[in-house]
Each structure stands twice: as C-alpha cells, then as structure tokens.
Write a protein that binds this ligand. Sequence first.
Ligand SMILES: Cc1ncc(C[n+]2csc(CCOP(=O)(O)OP(=O)(O)O)c2C)c(N)n1
Length: 671
Amino acid sequence: MTSAMTSAAPRTAVSTLEMANAIRALAMDAVERANSGHPGMPMGMADVATVLFSEYLHFDPQHPHWPDRDRFILSAGHGSMLQYALLYLTGYEDMTLDEIKKFRTLGSKTAGHPEYGHATGIETTTGPLGQGLANSVGMALAERMLAARFGDKLTDHYTYVIAGDGCLMEGISQEAISLAGHLNLHKLIVLWDDNHISIDGPTSLTTSEDQLKRFEACGWAVAAIDGHDHAAISKAIKAAQSNNRPTMIACRTTIAFGAPTKAGTSASHGSPLGKSEIEGARAKLGWSHGEFEVPAPILSAWRDVGKCGHAAYAEWTKHYNAADTAVRSEFERLMQKDLPAKAMETLQAFKQKLAETKPNEATRKSSENVLEALVPVMPELAGGSADLTGSNNTKTKAMKPVTAKDYSGSYIYYGVREHAMGAIMNGLALHGGFIPYGGTFLVFTDYCRPAIRLSALMQQRVIYVMTHDSIGLGEDGPTHQPVEHLASLRAIPNLHVFRPCDAMETAECWALALATKDSPSILSLTRQNLPAARKEYTPDNLCARGGYIISPANGTAKVTLMATGSEVSIALDAQTQLAAKGIAANVVSLPCWELFDAQPKSYRDSVLGSGTIKVAIEAALSFGWERYIGDNGIFVGMKGFGASAPAKDLYKHFGITAEHVIEEVVKKVKG
Ligand SMILES: Cc1ncc(C[n+]2csc(CCOP(=O)(O)OP(=O)(O)O)c2C)c(N)n1
C-alpha cells in the first residue's frame, strides 16, 4: 500500500478547498458553542488534513480497528476539533454531529483533547505536547517489527503525525526523532504545522532553530511546502511515501486561516473567535452555510473519502484469510492482547524451581531470570532499556537487538532517552502486537513520568522495569537514590506499583503485570541481593491480592510488621527477635498497594490485624503509609535524601534495621 488512493469516488462538484472549509467551519462553531477550545490550529491545518485523508490515508470507518490501517496521530492535541471534524465527516458512526455540538462537555466523545478510547479513530491520547510524536515512533516501530514477523501482506502501513511548534520545542521530540532516524522508520511521516505561532506570540520570541536541518541531522528526509497549496501537499506526501527515510514536511500555514483579523495571530490559538470574527471568516472563506451545517454535496464528498479505504481493508482481509491457520491465530492472539497458554505454565514451573533453589539474589536478577524463562514462549515481549541494559537486567541471552537493517529482533536499545522510551512503549502497546517493557533506574521515572501517566490514563499494558530502587543501591548516592518516587508513582491512578521482596514475588509480580491488559506496571527492583523470603511453592499467586501475611505470628499477634521489597527481610528478622522477647508479630508483605486497596475490607482487615501495633518498614519516605499505620503507627524508613556509601552502612546510618524496629516496638509496648 504505497501509493495514493486511486479509487476515490468522483468529486467533481466539490473542491478539496470546500472540504477543508467544512473542517474550518465545524471547528469555529464547536469552539464557539463550547466557549472554549482551539480553533486556530484546525483552521490552519485543514488543507493538509484534507489532502492527507482524501488522497493518502488508508482507513475504514466501518472497520476502525483493522490492524493494517494507516495510523493518524494528532500530536498537537489542542487542535482536537480537527480530528473530531475528520471523524464525523468521514463517517465514523460514533462521531455524530451531535457529539461535535457537545464538544468539551461531560460525557461527550469530543473531550477537550483527543482521548484514546473515547471515540473510534483516536489512536492515542494527546495534549501533553510532544507525546503524540513520540507515540508515533512507537507505532511506526511496531509496524516494522510486525512486518518482520508476519510479512508485508499482513503489516505494511504508514504512520502520519501532525505536530505543532510546541511538539517540536518539547525535549521529548528530540529523543523521539533521533531514535526514529537511527532506526530508519521510513514509513513515518510528520506533517509539521509551521505556523510561526504559539501561545505567547510569534515563535520568534523563543526559537530560532532550523527545524529542517535539525531533522536532517537526525537522518530524516525533509521538505518545506505551502500548507495551503493542495497540489504541493499532495506531491510532498507522495514523495515522502517513496522515501527510504522517515520524512518531516514543514507545512507553512496561517493559524486560523480565513479569520479576518485573528488569522496569523496567537489570539486565535486557544479562544473562541467570537461572533463577528466567525461571520467575517465565513464571508472570507465563501462559506455561506449555517452553524454546524455541512451542505449535502460536501458531506457526501467526505463520506466518499470514508469509503475509499474499504478496498484496501478488503484486500488485507483477503491476504489474512489466505494465511496459514497457525499464522492467523497467532496474529489474532497478539491483536487481542491474549497471553499464550504457555506463559503462565512456564511461570508456575519457574516458581517450583525457585522453591528448590531459594536464591539469594537481587530482584533485578530475579526479573532477568523470569524473562529468560518467558521470552522463548512470548514473542510479543519487546524489551529494552535506556542505556542501562546490564544494570536493569532487561536483555535475555537470546534477544536480538532491533536495528535499522533488521526489525526481527525484540530488544530495543533506547539510548539515554527515558522520556521517549516511555512514550514509544505507549506507541508499541497502542499499535498492538507487542507487550513493551523497558528499564532505567527507579529515580529516573521522573524523566519519563508524563509518559507513565499516559500509559495509565490510556490503560495500556506497558511494563516499566525500574531497578536500583532505594538507598540499597549504595555508593552512587542521593542523586540516584529514590526516596519520594514510590509515593509519587503510587499517586498515579491505574498504575500498579510492584515492589517484590524476593525471587518468588518477582515472578508473581511479573505474572500480574503481564496478565493485566488495561494497566501499566512499575516493577521496583533492587540492586542488592535479598534472601529468599518465600521458600515454599504455592500454585496461587500470593501477590495477586496486593498484600498478605507472609509470616504469621506464633500465637496472637500484638504487632503487625508491614514492609515491601528489600525491607521484608528486615521485618522477618525483627519478627524473630521480637518473638524472643515474647512479642508476637505478623509480617505482612505489601508488594502492590493498588491491588491490596482493591480487596474487600474484610480481607484487608484480616491481613492488617485489629488492635495490633502497626509498623511500616520501607526505605523511602513515609508519604502514604498513614493509610495502613494510622496516626499512632511506627514508620521506619527515610526522612530525607539518601547519601553516598555502601548499602549496609546506609541502612545502619538511616536506622532501617531490625534493631531499630525492635527498639521502637518495645517502646510502644511498654507505653
Ligand atoms: C507539555 C505541554 N506543555 C504546555 C502545554 C500547553 N499548550 C498547549 S498548546 C501550546 C502552544 C503550542 O504551540 P503550537 O504547537 O505552535 O500550537 P499552535 O499555536 O500553532 O496551535 C501550549 C504551550 C501543553 N499542552 N503541553
């Protein structure tokens, strides 16, 4: 599917300019009615979008999830009305005129910024500038990787992005375009809305770089065109398609094209144009139709565009049906995001082995061993790291790197680009066909937090393998020692933060991260070795309830010792020493708060105990623990930043020891 669509229905009576003006009118009217929104960008990019959709984009509103559709990403998400207008005009059933009229109101499909899952045809949630551009790199990468696995009869599509000045100013864009160029994602085409305007005024206030040279330096092909010249737009896209490099087309446009006084100014960026300006624009554009009115011939021309992709869909279906049954069912499984039956069997066998070997090892190493077991049975695992492969233990022996020359590998060297890594993983997950996981140090979740947040908001199964998860990393010191990160990640809705305490829990947490189709996960893993806390095999996944009594008291518990990850062994130690003093304590491992909090109260109460002295031990700040220990509980952990020293010395220095726990408990018992 490399050419322009030739099957477009005849549209002799309607010009593409009129079709573009329909987008402009809908954008003006919807923003006006909502009394908020961004009319400027949709009006400026209406011509580019019209040419792209009517001549090039392969899509089928009747089959919006067709796996080989071209992907269209509106990275400049504030211009959401551009996307909503296109979805309505081309005939996506759920995008009615009524939805357009309900722009930005509660419960509508036309949210302020495009939201994945709200309306069909929205490939990703955009709005935080630069994210969509980086997502598109993930989608273009997924396309190449799937093509390498299933051949170009099943996967061979383009990824088109509309990005604004803001997207290109954001740092994430540099990470993303740099990697896209390096991996030569030649089916990725970026249409830059080069309108010289952002919110504060002309972009000359803030930037003077040569974007064409910038992209070129990253290995992209570039072109510069008049973004209102339909023939030039068409020619540039056609050339981009046949290019053997990713392409950036600078489309010189006028923001709010057609508005008599506000066109070309930042006044049109993010406010309704106002009644008289809209009237003036209608006159200037020669659009004499009423509010929200798209005349039948123009609507019908657009609906014909919506039908054009059906032939490509039908052709793809033919190839798909002709494929081997085994190939088809594997492709289908990947698209449905189902795990292979072997995955969980493998993990059970792995757990049985752990019960025999009882390894004393870092959980990052345990995670590597889990991956060694899973990768051979899970071809959808697309691993990677932001230049910390050997530290994050993310690459198994058999994994081959993905390169510009060979996309059949499954390991992505992201380079030191944590933010793009997160957003690219979102793109891989959204595209379908892969379960992405990627590593860096837990402290650097800060560098990719906006992407993590979007994984959660979009309900994508992205697995963040975050190692060196506390002062336990030792000598690298406080710059590398996370203290507030667990709390801040636990604050993100729909994100599962797993902090396993040993190899067995690591295997169980991986199982949970993989089995949860609609939540991302953080695996918070240690650099330092940990003793096996779970020594027996259990067919049940004990981490599935988020928290459980890992070691019951001998007798009626007076104390509940709660801990996560590396501090569970300290709790177990304290339990033994307290028992010697006649103080019985339960030890509770809480590897995932989110799953624990979702349990019925009766279960939570049974684990936490009633009337016991509550103690929490975690080598991090106490923020959040009050929910389990209350106002009178004991917290043993960090109070500020860490320090540079061997791990053992740091635990002692900061008082995260069994001895300190005992001292505090005894004080409390004595009252
Ligand atoms: C990460 C991020 N920072 C800030 C914003 C707020 N914001 C929305 S649009 C915009 C200006 C973008 O300028 P440009 O891409 O040129 O859009 P145009 O004015 O051409 O519509 C800003 C700062 C945002 N959405 N995302």
